[in-house]
Design a binder for this molecule. Structure first.
Ligand code: GDP
Length: 489
C-alpha cells in the first residue's frame, strides 16, 4: 500500500523516536511491558501486586532472579512519558492492604517506572528499567476499524447486534434507528441521542450476565479523557456498504466523526504507545465468560483473536509499519484463579489455550513467543477439605465482599464461607456448546448450585512482616519469569 504524505512524516517521526529509544536502551536497558485485558480482567490488581512483590521481595520461588537473591532492590522512579497519567500505585496498595478493598479499575492508559538493581549470573552488577504501561484491552479491538469505512463498520455492527443475546439488548436502540433517515439533514441532537442508545447497548452487552467481549469502538465504554467529545459521539446507521453520503446529511456527519475517531483516537494510540511495547501480558477473565455461558465464550474467543491480530500486524500489508509492534513475548493469563481449586488450574489453562489455538500460531509466526498461565495476582482465598454430607469435598474458603448475594444468602464482608466451585468440565466442547456446562458454585449450606462466582475480599495478611506484609498470589512468579526473567540473566 502506498503511503500518504502524512504517513511518511509520521514514519520519520517514529523512526527518530525508535532511534532515541534504542540509544537509551544501550546505556540503560529498558523493557516496556504492556499490561492489558478487557475491563475488570484484573489489570490494576495485577500491576499493584507485581510492583509490590518486586519492590519488597515477594515469595516468588519460580521467578529465578529474585528466588536466588540476585535482585538487590527495585525502586520506583519518575516515568519517561510526560503526557501519560501515572499509575496510582501507592493509593491502590493502600486500598488493598489497609482497607482490604479492591482498588478502582483501569479506565485510561497509565504508566509506572520500576528500576531493578540486580547481579548478572556472571556476577556483574546491572540495572534494568521496567516501564509498565497499563491500558484498556478494548482499545486494541479498534485496530480493524482503520481498514474499514463507516459504511462497512455500520453494516457489520448492525449484523452483530441482531444475533442473540445481543438482539434483546439492542431492542431500544434498534427501534430508535428505525425512525431515522440517514439522508436527512445533519442534526446534533439526533446524533447525541443515537450515540447514547448505542453506547447503552454496548454497556448492556458488557454486563456480567452477558459478559460479551467484542464491542468496538473501544472508547465508547472506556472513553479515558475523551468522554463527551464529538469523536466519541456517533453510531451505526442503516446505509448501503458502497453508498455515498449526501453532503450535509446525518450520514455524512456520522461518517465524519467515525473518521475523526480513527484519526484522533485509534492511530495515535497504536503509534505512540502500542508500537513501543517490548513485552505484553493480556489478562483474561475467563471465569466471567464461563459464568455467562457459551455465547460469552465464543465472543471472548473472537475478542482474543482480534487482540492477537494486533500483534502480527507487522506482517500485514493492510497497515503501515507505523503500528508494527516490536513485542517478542506475549503472555495470556486467566486471572482470579483463586476462585477455583488448584486441581482446576491446569484446566483453565487448557481452555485458554484452546481459545487461542488458531490465533496464537499466527502470532508465533510473526516472531513473538506466546504462553498461557492461570494466575491470581492477589490470592483472596484458601483451600480446605470440607465435610458435606458423607463426603469430604475440596473447597475454597474466603470472605465474600459485603453485599454479595449467592444461593439466597447476603454476605457481610467479614464472615468466611466455604464454597465448592465445582470442577470445570473435562470435555471442553461441552463448555463451548453449553451442555454439561459449568455450574458456578455451591456453598456449604446451600442445596442448589448458583451460577455466579462470589467476589471475595482481599485477604487478611500476616502482620509479622514488619508492617509491609507480602501479598499471597498464585503463579504471579511464573508470569514474571516468562515476561522478564531472561532480561535479568
Ligand atoms: P481492571 O479493570 O482490568 O483494572 O480490573 P481490576 O484489577 O480492577 O479487577 C477487577 C476486579 O476483579 C477486582 O475489583 C476484584 O474484584 C477482582 N480481581 C482482580 N484480580 C483478582 C485476584 O487476583 N483475585 C481475586 N479474588 N479477585 C481479583
Amino acid at each position: 500500500m502506498a503511503l500518504g504524505f502524512s504517513e511518511i512524516v509520521e514514519e520519520a517521526r517514529l523512526s527518530a523516536r525508535a532511534l532515541l529509544d534504542y540509544g537509551d536502551n544501550l546505556f540503560n536497558p529498558t523493557v516496556r511491558l504492556g499490561v492489558t485485558g478487557l475491563s475488570r480482567a484484573g489489570k490494576t490488581v495485577f500491576i499493584t501486586a507485581l510492583v509490590h512483590g518486586l519492590s519488597r521481595g515477594g515469595r516468588f520461588p519460580i521467578f529465578e532472579p529474585l528466588a536466588t537473591g540476585r535482585i538487590a532492590r527495585a525502586r520506583l522512579e519518575p516515568q519517561p512519558d510526560d503526557a501519560v497519567p501515572r499509575f496510582a500505585y501507592e493509593d491502590h496498595l493502600r486500598t488493598l492492604i489497609e482497607q482490604r478493598l479492591w482498588p478502582n479499575s483501569t479506565t485510561d492508559i497509565s504508566e509506572l517506572r520500576l528500576v531493578i538493581d540486580y547481579q548478572r549470573q556472571n556476577g556483574a552488577d546491572r540495572t534494568l528499567t521496567l516501564d509498565i504501561i497499563d491500558y484498556p484491552g478494548e482499545w486494541l479491538l479498534d485496530l480493524p476499524l482503520l481498514t474499514k469505512s463507516y459504511e462497512q463498520w455500520s453494516s457489520e455492527s448492525l449484523a452483530l447486534s441482531r444475533l442473540d443475546p445481543r438482539a434483546r439488548l439492542a431492542a431500544e436502540w434498534h427501534s430508535h434507528l428505525a425512525t431515522l433517515d440517514a439522508q436527512a439533514h445533519e442534526n446534533e441532537q439526533v446524533t447525541l441521542a443515537t450515540a447514547k442508545l448505542f453506547t447503552e447497548y454496548l454497556r448492556a452487552c458488557r454486563d456480567e450476565r452477558f459478559a460479551m467481549s467484542l464491542l468496538p469502538p473501544g472508547r465508547f465504554l472506556m472513553p479515558g479523557n475523551l468522554a463527551g467529545s464529538p469523536a466519541l459521539t456517533f453510531a451505526p446507521l442503516e446505509v448501503p456498504v458502497d453508498g455515498l453520503a449526501p453532503d450535509g446529511s446525518l450520514w455524512a456527519m456520522m461518517r465524519r466523526r467515525y473518521e475523526a475517531y480513527k484519526d484522533v483516537v485509534v492511530r495515535p494510540f497504536f503509534r505512540d504507545h502500542f508500537s513501543r511495547l517490548d513485552r505484553q501480558i493480556v489478562l483474561v477473565d475467563a471465569l466471567a465468560a464461563f459464568n455467562a455461558g457459551p455465547e460469552a465464550l465464543h465472543d471472548l474467543q473472537a475478542a482474543l483473536a482480534g487482540i492477537l491480530d494486533c500483534f502480527r500486524i507487522g506482517r500485514s500489508t493492510m497497515f503501515s509499519s507505523l503500528f508494527r509492534p516490536r513485542i517478542d513475548r506475549i503472555l495470556f493469563a486467566a486471572t482470579k484463579a483463586d476462585h477455583l481449586h488448584h486441581s482446576s488450574h491446569d484446566r483453565i489453562e487448557a481452555i485458554l489455550k484452546r481459545m487461542l489455538n488458531r490465533a496464537s500460531t499466527r502470532a508465533e509466526a510473526a516472531g513473538a513467543a506466546v504462553d498461557v498461565v492461570a494466575l491470581a495476582a492477589v490470592r483472596a482465598t484458601r483451600e480446605a477439605l470440607v465435610q458435606r454430607g458423607r463426603d469430604k469435598l475440596p473447597s475454597i474458603l474466603g470472605r465474600p465482599v459485603k453485599g454479595e448475594i449467592a444461593t439466597g444468602e447476603t454476605f457481610d464482608g467479614e464472615t468466611e464461607v466455604a464454597t465448592f466451585p465445582g470442577d470445570l468440565p473435562a470435555d471442553l466442547d461441552a463448555l463451548f456448546q453449553g451442555d454439561g456446562a459449568f455450574r458456578g458454585l455451591t456453598t456449604a449450606t446451600a442445596e442448589k448450585a448458583d451460577f455466579r462466582f462470589l467476589r471475595f475480599r482481599p485477604p487478611l495478611l500476616d502482620s509479622d512482616d514488619a508492617g509491609d506484609p507480602a501479598l499471597p498470589h498464585i503463579r504471579l512468579d511464573r508470569a514474571l519469569q516468562f515476561l522478564i526473567g531472561d532480561k535479568l540473566q
